[in-house]
Design a binder for this molecule. Structure first.
Ligand code: SF4
Length: 333
C-alpha cells in the first residue's frame, strides 16, 4: 500500500481585515502519497499559496490539521524539529528575491548544511559540489559567483539545490517557473522531474497555469476562493473534467493543433466577475459565474464527494452519491 506522506484535513486560514474576514483557505482536505506530484491550481487569490504557506508553518492555521508522514506537527515553523524542517522544503517563485545577493552560491548552499549540522567543512564542500552537479551547474564555474551574475534559470537551479541540500522527501514548488523566460521553463521542469525520479521526491506544485500541469503532475487539485472544486488523477481530469469551474478554465486554454482543439471541453464563457474574497457568495461560491447553476446553488454549499476512486468533485450537479452521479453525468455531457 502506498504511503500517505501529507494529509491536509479541514484546513482553515482566515485573515481579519478592516473590510471583513478574508477566508483565504476555507475547509480544504486532501492527501498526497510518496512520489505524487499534485498540481494545486487556481487563479490569483484562490488560496493556493496560502495553503503552501500553512504547510510550511508560515501561518498558524485558523483551524484543521496537517499531518506529515502520519504525524501531526507544530503549525509554527519555529517550533518544528530540525528533522521536519529538513524533510519538508520549498522552492519559491522568484529566485531573484529568494537568494541573498550579498552571498556567494557557496555561502547560500552552505547555510542549510550548517543549520542542520550536516558534515564538517570538508564534507560540506564535497556536498556543495555534488548539489551543483545535481542541478547541472559546473561547481568550479559557479561556487564563487553571486546571484546577480547568473541568469534567472540558473538562480532557480541554485534555489532547487538549496531546497535539496537537506535530503528532503517532500518539496513545495511555488510557481517555480512563472518568473522565468519560456526558453528556460522547460529546462527547470525537466530537471525537477529527473530529481523526483532519482530521489523519490513528492512535489506539491502550486501554479495558475493549468496547461503546464498536463505533462508534469500525477494528480490535479483545483482551488476557487479558498475551497477545492475538483481533485482527480491528471489523465482523467484532462480527459473528463467534471466541475463547471475547471471546465471553464480548460476551455479557455489556447491550443496549437486541431487535435488538441477537439480534446478541449466546449468553450464556456463565465458570467460575472471573480467575487471579492471578503464577500464570498453564499451557497456554492462559484454560483455567480456558473453557467450550469441550478436552484439550490446560491443557497447551499455543496459537499466534496468521491465520484470515482480518487476523483472528487464539489458541485450540486453530482449530488452526494455515485448513483446520482451516473444519472447526472449523462445529462451534463
Ligand atoms: Fe455551478 Fe451549482 Fe456546481 Fe456551483 S454547485 S459549480 S453553481 S452547478
Amino acid at each position: 500500500m502506498s504511503e500517505i506522506i501529507l494529509h491536509v484535513e479541514h484546513l482553515l486560514q482566515y485573515f481579519p481585515t478592516k473590510n471583513g474576514v478574508v477566508r483565504a483557505v476555507d475547509d480544504i482536505t486532501f492527501s498526497m502519497e510518496r512520489r505524487d506530484i499534485l498540481g494545486l491550481v487556481g487563479e490569483s487569490g484562490s488560496g493556493k499559496t496560502t495553503t503552501a504557506q500553512c504547510i510550511m508553518g508560515m501561518y498558524q492555521p485558523t483551524g484543521g490539521n496537517i499531518l506529515f508522514k502520519g504525524k501531526k506537527f507544530a503549525s509554527s515553523f519555529r517550533k518544528r524539529s530540525k528533522t521536519l524542517k529538513g524533510d519538508l522544503r520549498i522552492v519559491f517563485q522568484d529566485p531573484g528575491s529568494s537568494l541573498n545577493p550579498k552571498r556567494t552560491i557557496k555561502q547560500i548552499l552552505s547555510l542549510p548544511l550548517m543549520v542542520h549540522g550536516i558534515g564538517n567543512a570538508r564534507e560540506r564542500l564535497l556536498r556543495l559540489r555534488a548539489l551543483l552537479e545535481m542541478v547541472e551547474l559546473p561547481p568550479d564555474e559557479y561556487l564563487y559567483k553571486y546571484p546577480q551574475s547568473i541568469g534567472g534559470g540558473e538562480k532557480q537551479m541554485v534555489a532547487i539545490a538549496r531546497a535539496l541540500a537537506t535530503n528532503p522527501s517532500f518539496v513545495i514548488l511555488d510557481e517555480p517557473t512563472s518568473a522565468l523566460d519560456v526558453s528556460v521553463q522547460g529546462k527547470i521542469i525537466n530537471l525537477l522531474l529527473r530529481l523526483r525520479e532519482k530521489f523519490n521526491l513528492s512535489y506539491l506544485f502550486i501554479t495558475h497555469d493549468l496547461s503546464l500541469m498536463r505533462n508534469v503532475t500525477t494528480r490535479i487539485a483545483i482551488m476557487y476562493l479558498g475551497k477545492l472544486s475538483e481533485i482527480a488523477p491528471t489523465a482523467e481530469f484532462f480527459e473528463q473534467p467534471l466541475h463547471p469551474y475547471p471546465k471553464m478554465l480548460l476551455s479557455s486554454i489556447p491550443v496549437v493543433s486541431d487535435e488538441e482543439e477537439t480534446l478541449k471541453p466546449e468553450k464556456i464563457v463565465s458570467t460575472g466577475e471573480i467575487p471579492s474574497p471578503v464577500n464570498v457568495p453564499s451557497g456554492c461560491s462559484f454560483h455567480s459565474r456558473c453557467v450550469q447553476r441550478i436552484g439550490v446553488c446560491p443557497q447551499v454549499d455543496p459537499e466534496m464527494v468521491e465520484i470515482e476512486e480518487g476523483h472528487f468533485v464539489r458541485c450540486h450537479l453530482f449530488g452526494n452519491s455515485r448513483e446520482l452521479y451516473s444519472k447526472t453525468r449523462e445529462q451534463i455531457r
